[in-house]
Ligand binder design. Structure first.
Ligand SMILES: Nc1ncnc2c1ncn2[C@@H]1O[C@H](COP(=O)(O)OP(=O)(O)O)[C@@H](O)[C@H]1O
Ligand SMILES: [Mg+2]
Length: 411
């Protein structure tokens, strides 16, 4: 550091020099801290990006495999093969879940998840979460007790995200409790808050780990002694989603072997309830076949999807890039187009825009089929003219709903 003074002739005494030296050291430390902070931030951003890319790349191969399992099932197989298929389907579901969590945690960390702000009933959230975790709880032979307040409790919230929060806590309770334990979920009002607790009689959490379990990748015990799988991201996601809702979550445990309790506190919505939204009646079982175009550059994904739809009685064509699809569509008039977004050369968005510009293709239902499934991606596909947004691997039930909608004459 250069020592400057207004009078160049002046000589500095040892005290002054010491002060200057001291100041210089402090400034150096401050600058180094700032640099370190920036490096860490940059690393953090790169980690988030890496996680998002990893999740996306893992999803792509999952799609044809999931289709394949459905195809084999529909073709009718023997008893042993049937049991194997069920096992594969369960494991695939598990893998899909892990990949979804991975994707979510990366996107939540980088602020890319935008919450819906709907009027949501806490009871509906609890019911959906219980349904989601039912299999895990029952498979472990746990007793399950549900205590939900009789009065309606309403939140301004994102239903799907809150279900994800509670389902994560229930799954953990089921997972970290030895066979035949007891899980209690209670949802009550406490002043202006809704308070949900999930308690179990399981392995508990040592006191020094309690503040850490919400950290990314934090798990109690080493991987060798752990018999349970998992990536250690569920609770990170829980905490971030709850905080995005203006709430808090905390963990308590009297110690190893003595169970755990997780408490989520969320602000209640201020105003009274709106009238419940009208549910559109399902389109009365018209079993007519559809003409469907599947566009995906991953040939396995395209072919397996086409085969799956054909087995359901539809007529299907496949294309593997945008120009090929558009060329086909010059003469071909499907009612439904399943369009991958990440196509080489011309993106799915661009293909969608061109389809929407074509008068001959007016009224065709467009569904995006993609590895990207966040709110922002959904908004983008909507803007590009898509009617639906399916994330890979497409959930067979969701696909069926779209098909039924088109059969019923809707989009
Ligand atoms: N109900 C529970 N009882 C005991 N330990 C728990 C419970 N829930 C979470 N934990 C501990 O917290 C860690 C982090 O949980 P989570 O983020 O959901 O990751 P994962 O379940 O994938 O390991 C778990 O690995 C486990 O050690
Ligand atoms: Mg977990």
């Amino acid at each position: 550091m250069t020592f400057l003074s207004s009078s160049p002739r002046r000589r500095f005494g040892p005290d002054e020099l010491r002060v200057a030296q001291n100041l210089a050291e402090r400034v150096t430390v401050a600058i180094e801290n700032a640099q370190l902070y920036r490096t860490l931030q940059e690393q953090d951003r790169r980690k988030d990006e890496f996680l998002a890319t990893l999740a996306h790349e893992l999803r792509n191969p999952l799609a044809p495999v999931r289709n394949g399992v459905q195809i084999l099932r529909l073709s009718g197989v023997g008893e042993a093969a049937g049991r194997t298929l069920n096992m594969m389907d369960r494991q695939l579901g598990h893998l899909t879940h892990l990949v979804d969590d991975l994707m979510d945690v990366a996107r939540v960390s980088s602020g890319k998840v935008v919450l819906r702000n709907d009027r949501v009933s806490l009871k509906a959230v609890v019911d959906a979460a219980v349904e989601t975790s039912r299999q895990a709880v029952e498979a472990a032979g746990h007793e399950f007790v549900l205590r939900v307040a009789a009065e309606p409790l309403l939140l301004s919230a994102d239903h799907t995200r809150l279900v994800q929060v509670l389902a994560n806590l229930l799954n953990n309770a089921a997972k970290y409790t030895p066979q035949g334990g007891r899980i209690v979920l209670s949802a009550q009002r406490d002043g202006g808050d809704a308070v949900v607790t999930v308690s179990d009689t399981g392995v508990g959490i040592p006191a020094d780990m309690l503040p850490k379990v919400f950290e990314l990748f934090a798990q109690v015990g080493t991987s060798i002694e752990r018999s349970q799988g998992g990536l250690g991201i569920g609770l990170t996601l829980v905490k971030r989603l709850v905080e995005m809702h203006g709430g808090t979550v905390r963990a308590e445990s009297p110690g190893p072997g003595r169970g755990s309790t997780f408490t989520v506190r969320l602000p209640l919505a201020a105003a009274p309830a709106d009238a419940p939204a009208l549910l559109r009646a399902p389109g009365g079982g018209a079993a007519n076949r559809l003409d469907i175009l599947v566009v995906d550059d991953n040939r396995d994904a395209a072919e397996s999807m086409a085969l799956l739809l054909e087995m359901r009685g539809h007529r299907v064509k496949a294309a593997h890039d945008g120009p090929e699809a558009l060329k086909l569509l010059a003469t071909y008039r499907p009612q439904l187009i399943l369009l991958d977004l990440g196509l080489p050369g011309m993106s799915g968005y661009e293909v969608a825009r061109r389809i929407r510009e074509s008068a001959a293709l007016r009224g065709v239902t467009l569904a995006a089929l993609t590895g990207w499934g966040q709110e922002e991606d959904r908004r983008r596909t909507k803007e590009a003219g898509f009617d639906h947004h399916l994330t890979k691997p497409a959930d067979p039930a969701e696909l069926e709903r779209i098909v039924t909608g088109v059969q019923a004459g809707g989009r």
